[in-house]
Design a protein around this ligand. Sequence first.
Ligand code: GLN
Length: 545
Amino acid sequence: METKFIFITGGVVSSVGKGVTSAALGRLLKERGFKVAVQKLDPYINVDPGTMNPYQHGEVFVLDDGAETDLDLGHYERFIDISLNRVCNVTTGQVYAEVIEKERHGSFLGGTIQVIPHITDEIKRRIGMVAQTLDVDIVLVEVGGTVGDIESLPFLEALRQMRGDVGRENSVYIHATWLPYIGATNELKTKPTQHSVRELRSIGISPDMIVARSDHPITQDLIDKIALFCDVEPQAIVPMVTTPVMYEVPLLLERAGIGEYLLERLGLQPRKQPDWGIWERIVEQSRRQRPKVQVALVGKYVELHDAYMSVREALKHAALALGVEAEIAWVHSADLEDGEGWETVKAADGIIVPGGFGDRGIEGKIQAARYAREDKVPYLGLCLGMQLMVVEFGRQVLGDESVNSTEFDPDTPHPVIDLMPDQKDIVDKGATMRLGLYPCCLQPGSVAAKAYGVDLVQERHRHRFELNNAYREQFAEHGMRFSGVSPDDRLVEIAELDDHPFMLGTQFHPEFLSRPTRPHPLFLAFLQAVCQRAGVAVVEELQSF
Ligand code: GLN
């Protein structure tokens, strides 16, 4: 079959949930037996978000192949339960870097290099690469930003050209917009949607479908009005009212008949009937009143919850499977250093110290790890959270507060966490960390091995520093178990404490592989320990989602 393309653009304002909508559309198609992938086109000039401050951009999501990508790729992988690759996130920076390199190489034979056709050709080449490298039937392509942005123009022009290249029967344009609500007159407004569609038309793209997002119910006459003014059939206007349960979006789209509509539009017959059983159970469980437990997330970017998107989702997946609600208490680690925020930490029944870079708030995280160890509070350390658990343990074992990671004190006499040897000569910051999937052997009988139930796992990494092997023996004698190591035993991937209900840190990021339908074993084990401490019963047998 010829590859089919679904292009998703955004209008009116950003943050209307285009990423979740694209992910949910992908699920609709997968439920009908098609192999799908989703690609995000990001118009900013950075080559990837890896060098960006999370305050700017939220979490950096890491793929199996080590690509550092936009957090929307996390939505795609979680909703569709697929593994994407680095061609699934394209930025202006990547496109220009490639074209300029070719120009320097002499590949254009004296031609003048222009946005059309050279930049647009490179964008189209990258869209084509998704189907080639992932062997899928349908590629969904989401364009970041909002129609009307200067920097997204080459991407939209490339999408416009794609229809000519692949044909109308193989391409669908979906425009996601926002209907603002005017409180004084108690009505939703369609005018910004009309303007946004007009803007899109002026670029040469006529949307086939409109996803109208709103915080308020959308009536049929509004749908008819959008259809009339925007020249789109009423059944191709998708009313999408904000839901507190994100994983409900595929079900809402299904009920709106979007799966059938898309297939018909693309001339496809379903290969199987959708089975929404799992999703319905997830949504039912999300809506149910469940016993609450509190988990303190001690981080650096806590004002922006998107900076910890995958951690939040992984905890949610585990909580749904265990029939509880895990409330996150966001704690700024720098506050802990000033003696503030401790009542929140102490009110919680578990602590997560997530990944991070740079020295702000580090001592606060170490203090949180100390409290967790001494008071036997369940603790899950993710990457930096594992490293700081080791630093804290080292300070205790060696009786010396100068124990540190060389990331924070290059001159520490006890560098228990140190730069990986192959990182020592690297000066460039972009895409130079230890990135992506690596195998990890689990020690039989350990907390980690029991949680996973297997002896070899693959997990995603993003770090430069690691445990210094010179301290392994001494720490092991004092009750720190290195329960996960690289197959050659040179890198410690998991550390856990023996004399503790659950104190475990991973050098990798388990949160990237958690799915609503397949909660991550370590998050499940951690949350079980949290529930036990809180005296909250979990469902006897894990719901087999
Ligand atoms: N800054 C630490 C390192 O580079 C931890 C990285 C992380 O938490 N992702 O090793």
